[in-house]
Design a protein around this ligand. Structure first.
Ligand SMILES: NC(=O)c1ccc[n+]([C@@H]2O[C@H](COP(=O)([O-])OP(=O)(O)OC[C@H]3O[C@@H](n4cnc5c(N)ncnc54)[C@H](OP(=O)(O)O)[C@@H]3O)[C@@H](O)[C@H]2O)c1
Length: 400
């Protein structure tokens, strides 16, 4: 069986070669900045009519402006999308039921973690993506609602030369559709593709069921036109799962994205069984309960039996429990930390727990003080974020 290619990347020099420009003749690039935006920034400074971010720049404008149209044809991986399946006996792959396409069962989430403004230090995100990719990861989940996340994924995927190989799961979150007018969704979708440097998005999801009836219909059209490959809806609050479940039960979706972890198992009631019955893929958000699971196990050793399933850390313990559920396709933990990324992607390796072991893992967690109160603890304990989206630790008991 083929193995996920282990790539070695020299992003900046490779991209310089591709672009065919001598960047040395220009002032230094800000750490982590995509050379194309850097050039645009320079053009802006010279009075050209370009803005700094991808928001207002169409991909074709960029290519035209720098004579890169032929480069795009010669290096389609740089700018276009394609199926992102990976075949290997060594990492945990799960099939998407509708097509049988296999994806690695651990992906990457980007809420808060990837919301770093251009000009701020963001080189760590390149490392996170590089380690993720080299460890066999392919599925990246994002949303226009996550501040600069789409921009940073697009920049670094392009710089690393992996744009084509990723399985991008994005979302639509628009409130202008109450009268069935989908123009906001159309505009947001175009902007997402520009930010992500893609002509096709692998999976589009209606974020938190907002205007789901109109948005799902619009996504069906995009799928017909080949602009997306799969469609779905998401939610993270268990109190909304009764509204999510009918979408899954009627088999209307390719994917459903919900919260599911050792501490929050509401999805087991309707959503996971319905997904299994209707052949709907399941993507799992908040696998670490926004880092709160780590708080309650801080300073505690893993139980001895964790070795039987190849767990080297609590992160792998939490992730293996999730991805071993027969209905789950992949979990999407978020991180800003390259070491944590190496840890998380390690959950793709080694044996997965069977039903008996999953039960044992749960029983063990139930002995840990605070486990029954995880969902009520402040999210992201001890963390601060300084992106476009403003939030700190929430007050205890506040809903996520
Ligand atoms: N559609 C929806 O309704 C919805 C809602 C919520 C989330 N989501 C998606 O699901 C993704 C995941 O959820 P989430 O980001 O809310 O929370 P999460 O993945 O449960 O937790 C992320 C937190 O865990 C920490 N962490 C990650 N790996 C770690 C490790 N190995 N060791 C210690 N700490 C670690 C991270 O801190 P460090 O940065 O320090 O590693 C980060 O603060 C989101 O990013 C988003 O893509 C979707």
């Amino acid at each position: 069986m083929a193995v996920v290619p282990q790539i070695s990347i020299d992003p900046v020099s490779d991209e310089q070669k591709i672009i065919g420009l001598n960047l040395e003749s220009l002032p230094p690039i800000t750490s982590g900045e995509n050379p194309i935006y850097f050039i645009l920034r320079r053009a802006d400074m010279k009075g050209c009519n370009f803005s700094q971010t991808s928001e207002d720049i169409s991909r074709r404008d960029v290519l035209k402006a720098f004579g890169l149209g032929t480069v795009a044809l010669a290096f389609p991986g740089l700018l276009q999308s394609a199926p992102a399946s990976a075949e290997t006996a060594e990492i945990a792959l799960k099939p998407i039921p509708r097509t049988g396409e296999k994806v690695p069962a651990v992906g990457l989430g980007t809420h808060m973690a990837f919301d770093v403004k251009p000009g701020k230090p963001r080189e760590h995100l390149r490392e996170v993506m590089k380690i993720f990719y080299e460890g066999g990861g392919r599925v990246i989940d994002t949303s226009p609602l996550y501040g600069m996340a789409e921009v940073n994924i697009g920049d670094y995927a392009t710089a690393l030369g992996i744009t084509r190989q990723l399985f991008i799961a994005d979302k639509v979150w628009v409130t202008g559709e109450w009268l069935g007018d989908d123009s906001h969704a159309q505009k947001q979708f175009r902007r997402s593709m520009e930010r992500l440097w893609r002509d096709q998005i692998d999976l589009m999801q209606c974020h938190s069921l907002v205007n789901a009836r109109t948005v799902v219909r619009t996504m069906q059209e995009w799928k017909k036109d080949g602009r997306i490959r799969y469609l779905g809806v998401t939610h993270h609050q268990p109190s909304y799962f009764n509204l999510v479940a009918p979408w899954v039960e009627k088999g209307a979706l390719d994917f459903v994205q919900v919260r599911y972890s050792l501490a929050t198992r509401v999805a087991e009631e309707r959503i996971l069984p319905a997904a299994k019955d209707t052949g709907t893929a399941v993507m799992v958000n908040m696998p670490f309960e926004k880092a709160r699971l780590f708080k309650i196990v801080k300073g505690r050793p893993l139980p001895d039996f964790a070795r039987e399933i190849g767990c080297e850390s609590w992160a792998q313990f939490f992730l293996k429990w999730i991805i071993s559920h027969p209905a789950v396709t992949c979990a999407i933990p978020a991180t800003t930390n390259p070491k944590h990324q190496a840890d998380n992607i390690g959950a793709l390796k080694g044996p997965l727990p069977d039903a008996e072991m999953r039960n044992r893992m749960l029983k063990h967690m139930e002995t840990i003080p605070g486990f029954d109160k995880v969902a009520k603890m402040p999210a992201y304990p001890g963390k601060k974020f300084d992106g476009v989206v403003k939030r700190g630790s929430r007050k205890p008991g506040k809903k996520e």
